[in-house]
Each structure stands twice: as C-alpha cells, then as structure tokens.
Design a protein around this ligand. Structure first.
Ligand code: ADP
Ligand code: MG
Length: 294
C-alpha cells in the first residue's frame, strides 16, 4: 500500500508485529480521518462533531411516545436526501406504514389524510407524479427483519453493497434465536446490543439502535438519562454514543411539540451537548429548532 504521508525514516519500524504502538502510529499517520456519516440534521451533526462515525453504535433512547420513531424515520429520510445510502429497519410499524409517514412528512399533510387518500384516483395523477419524482430516488431501504441473526446478515450484505447508515427501530422488537437470552430480559438486552455493536464495528456501518426506556421506577420530575438504561443489559456500555430525548413539551400550537435531545455519552466527541427539534405529530415530521429557547 502506498503511503499517503511520508513517514520520517527515524520513526519507521522494522518489526512485523502489527500491534506494536509504533506500527499503530504509522497507520494513523498514513490514513485520512474517516468520512463521517450525516444524520441529515445539521444541528445533530454539529453536536456529534460532524456526523456519525463509521463503525459506531449510536443508541437513541427515550420513553414510549416521546418521538423515537419520528426521529428515526426523519433521520433515515433526511440522510438519504443528503445522498447517504441508508437502511431503516422498522419493527414496530410495518414498512408500508412508514412509507405513508414519509409521504405525510414530505407533503406536510396529516398521516390520517395520507392513509385515506386513494392514490389510484386519476384526478391525483399530477400530485402522485410530483411526490414520486421527488422521493423515488432516495437511496433508502425500509426493511422489517426481526430476527437478529438474519438482520445482521442482511445489513452486512447492504454494507458490502454500499450502505453507510443503518437505523434499527427498535431494540425490544428484535428477536433472538430460540434458546438464547430467553431466560430474562437483561440477558436478552445484552445479547441484542452486543450483536449490534459487533455488526457496526465489523462492517463499518454507522448504526443507530433505537432503545425504549422504561420509566416505571423513575420519578416523574427527573428527566430521562443514562440511569434509565441501567436495567437494559449492557446497552450503555456497548454504545459509542447515547442520544436521549430528555424532554418533550407541547407548544401552544395544537399537535406541535418541542423535543430536547441530549448526547449523554460520546466516545468520539464531546458529550452533554444538546439539540432541539420541533415535532409536527400528525405529519410525522421533525425539524431542527434552534432559534427560540424553551
Ligand atoms: N399520526 C399521528 N397523529 C398524531 N400524533 C401522532 C401520530 N403519530 C405519532 N403521533 C404522536 O407522536 C409522538 C411520537 O410518536 P413516536 O415517534 O411513534 O414515539 P416513540 O417511537 O418514541 O414511541 C407520540 O406522542 C404520538 O402519539
Ligand atoms: Mg417507536
């Protein structure tokens, strides 16, 4: 392999031992930094130090109905719009329902409206064409493989074909082969997050694993945090970064909420950074929201 930078003679190493620190230094000096993968949201990319690290496992956690699936689907669409080849694994909603949500977000129409529209109606031909023209080129795959082994094989294959970003919504819906991790939820959670970590690291995919926080034992006035992942096996430990939706408050406009998302852990960059989104629930859409304080 030709060197990208000249390594001075003095620090060149004779040993063939690849783990030798000097050899590791040489490898560092001879490589460019990894190209980061966009989340599709500039505020989130900035807070992550430029984007998602290839090979990194990112956990997106929040209590139920706080907007995890909204963030996951919006991230998949926005990243794909930016040219990132993306696979969204959607285990709660079926892929056709997610397709409806993406159309609702794109047209800024309520999902209920999209769901009852008869798109075969000839009167809608121009509208149908306009939506199709804009969305059909997205490099996005929407999949619903629950079985963790089959999913790992599938995503590894997608990676070989050029996929950069995988989003799995969500961990508790993944199923393990019979006999493994069946004993208790803690062990099952460990196995799932470990498999996702190995998949990311082994393939170089940037992997976002959505994780539901169970707040049954938490005080209502304490915002969600890493402490809420303590019952979730080794997910916090396995994650390179943990993104938590820490607040969801309705605005004065009906159907609109503000989301606060905190980077509670980050091995690659600063943590405790925070970004805000505005969510339009009926349209399954979120937008960056930075200007006005809460
Ligand atoms: N079609 C819809 N109309 C109105 N509200 C919706 C619709 N779909 C989702 N929501 C609301 O948006 C919020 C976020 O939903 P979702 O992203 O599915 O949450 P999570 O994945 O965290 O459980 C929830 O409060 C939910 O009630
Ligand atoms: Mg969800």
């Amino acid at each position: 392999m030709s060197a990208l930078v000249e390594v001075p003679e003095r620090i060149a190493v004779q040993s063939t031992e690849p783990g030798l620190f000097a050899a590791r230094l040489q490898a560092l000096f001879q490589s460019k930094p990894p190209a980061l993968v966009t989340t599709g949201f500039r505020n989130l990319d900035d807070a992550l130090g430029g984007g998602l690290m290839p090979g990194g496992l990112y956990v997106l956690a929040a209590p139920t109905s706080w907007g995890k699936s909204q963030v996951a689907a919006s991230m998949a669409t926005r990243a794909a719009e930016a040219g990132t080849r993306t696979t969204l694994t959607t285990l709660e909603d079926n892929p056709q329902q997610v397709t409806r949500k993406i159309v609702a977000a794109f047209t800024e129409e309520p999902l209920s409206e999209v769901s009852r529209t008869d798109y075969t109606d000839p009167a809608l031909s121009a509208k149908r064409q306009a939506i199709y023209e804009e969305l059909h080129r997205l490099p996005l795959i929407i999949d619903d493989t629950h079985d963790v082994d089959r999913l790992c094989n599938l995503l590894a294959r997608h990676r070989r074909q050029g996929t950069e970003l995988a989003i799995v919504d969500q961990g508790s819906w993944l199923t393990l082969p019979h006999g493994r991790g069946q004993k208790d939820m803690f062990t099952a959670a460990c196995l799932k997050s470990r498999r996702m970590k190995e998949l990311a690291r082994g393939t170089g995919l940037a992997l976002v694993l959505v994780w539901q926080i169970n707040r049954a034992g938490s005080k209502k006035d304490v915002k969600p945090g890493l402490h809420d992942l303590r019952d979730s096996g080794s997910v916090e430990q396995d994650a390179d970064a943990v993104l938590i939706i820490t607040e969801r408050v309705p605005t004065t406009v009906e159907g609109e909420s503000l989301l606060r998302l905190e980077i509670a852990k980050n091995r690659h960059f600063a943590r405790n950074k925070e970004v805000r989104f505005k969510s339009y629930d009926a349209e399954s859409r979120i937008e960056e929201y930075e200007e006005v304080p809460f």
